[in-house]
Design a protein around this ligand. Structure first.
Ligand code: ATP
Ligand code: MG
Length: 428
């Protein structure tokens, strides 16, 4: 008999003969019977073996997380997970597991040490399924809106986002290169032929502070659009985020329920998103008693305070020149601020996207690079892009792990990734 998925078993009628393969989620011995809950990629189902059932001997000795083949007859049972139980008629151990180290009382730190095993948990499985939807929805959005998917190099020779978070790597010829912080500059080079481009790739940042929302290696979805301004790119961002959330609500109801995610804030995620200027944000924060002054960068605490004013994602626009990277175009009508905007997720989460209009004049770019204390020679090819048929253009970078963190309602970004890389962790 063919193998079925657990989900198929759970939708089979009473009396159906079923057979599956998976891993032992739980085993209980009760009143002379053995209850074995088997897990596969689709869910969990309970098998019950009495002393006379074929397979009883193996069922009675099987350990948690052993891989097994199990079969029997479906019986409705409201007490069993999923409302069905399988009266066991076959049970075979494929790989007997040693004593599984993960138990209820282990610490968070220990769970991260054994992440290669902890990824099997139902919680982690639910997050990874949501993550899968998020990635596929981002691709789907861009592909159905006329973007080309491109790939940029990971080894680079100059900073995109400031030198403080660069990871140096010793290159083959003995020189020092860096792991990329963003693919943006390469995307900008590609708009001159493809016009609308995007990529989903890792970015690396040596973030020294331990926060709930910083990884040292994160997945970055970036887009760059020729002939676009700030207004155009904000519309793309709100459409993209709304589309992704809609897809997750369509496909991952079960996973969201398992994570106890409140769906109401997600159902609110429809365009247009509200906007607040940096100036107004500073006033609001000051009125709430926070110690911020115009010109300060806003950190997680300030962002969290701002999210209390909104029940959906919102744009924070018009940042002062000094808090944004050099490539941001200054507002011609107000040169001390940039044509930039961050998108902040509600419910305390904060920044998930940074974006805006890019400088499109060579002289303006060179001048700003110098004003930022950087060396124009390090950005030769990037400046070149403005010398051969420059166009106004805009783009953004979306932190995929932060997006998953917010949509799944997680407390910490490490929970949004299978194998997180942080200041403190590169294992397993
Ligand atoms: P933050 O101020 O939170 O460090 P940033 O301003 O450095 O963010 P950008 O350079 O604008 O971020 O990067 C674009 C997006 O990439 C951010 O909005 C965020 O979602 C994501 N991102 C940036 N740094 C990290 C990181 N260390 N870990 C995870 N995601 C990140
Ligand atoms: Mg940062």
């Amino acid at each position: 008999m063919q193998f079925m998925k657990v989900a198929e078993i759970l939708s089979s009628p009473q009396g159906a003969k079923v057979r599956t393969r998976g891993w032992v989620y739980r085993r209980r011995d009760l009143g002379g019977k053995v209850f074995v809950v088997v897990r596969d990629s689709t869910g969990i189902v309970q098998f019950v073996f009495g002393p006379d059932s074929p397979g009883y001997k193996d069922a009675a000795r099987v350990t948690v997380e052993s891989s097994v083949i199990a079969g029997g007859t479906v019986k409705d049972d409201p007490r069993a997970p999923g409302g069905k139980e399988v009266v066991g008629e076959e049970f075979r151990i494929v790989g007997l597991a040693e004593n599984f180290p993960i138990r209820r009382d282990v610490s968070k730190e220990f769970l991260l040490d054994v992440r290669h095993l902890a990824v099997r948990s139902r919680r982690m499985t639910a997050v990874l399924k949501i993550r899968d939807t998020v990635f596929s929805a981002v691709h789907e959005y861009f592909r159905s809106n006329g973007y080309y998917e491109v790939q940029a190099p990971m080894f680079i020779s100059a900073a995109v986002e400031g030198g403080a978070t660069l990871f140096p790597v010793k290159y083959v010829d003995g020189s020092t290169v860096y792991l990329t912080q963003s693919s943006q500059f390469y995307l900008e080079a590609l708009i001159y032929s493809l016009e609308k481009v995007y990529t989903i790739a890792p970015s690396f940042r040596a973030e020294k502070s331990r926060t709930r929302r910083h990884l040292t290696e994160f997945w970055h979805a970036e887009a760059e659009v020729a002939w676009a301004g700030l207004e155009d790119i904000l519309r793309v961002e709100e459409e993209l985020i709304s589309f992704v959330v809609e897809r997750v609500l369509e496909r991952n109801r079960e996973e969201l329920a398992l994570l106890n995610r409140n769906l109401e804030p997600l159902k609110n995620v429809v365009p247009p998103f509200p906007r607040i200027s940096y100036d107004k944000a500073i006033e609001l924060l000051q009125s709430k008693g926070l110690q911020v002054r115009w010109g300060d960068d806003l950190g997680a605490d300030e962002e969290r305070a701002l999210t209390e004013f909104f029940d959906k994602p919102f744009f924070l626009y018009g940042f002062p020149e000094q808090v944004k990277a050099f490539y941001h175009k200054n507002d011609p009508s107000r040169p001390e601020v940039t044509l930039s905007a961050d998108l902040l997720a509600p419910e305390g989460y904060g920044e998930i996207i940074g974006g805006g209009e890019r400088i499109d004049k060579a002289e303006e770019l060179v001048e700003k690079i110098k004003r930022f204390g950087l060396n124009p020679d390090d950005y030769k090819w990037y400046i070149d892009l403005r010398r051969y048929g420059t166009v106004p253009h805009a783009g953004f970078g979306l932190g995929m792990d932060r997006l998953v963190m917010w949509i799944a309602g997680l407390d910490h970004i490490v929970d949004a990734v299978a194998f997180p890389r942080t200041v403190a962790r590169t294992y397993p």
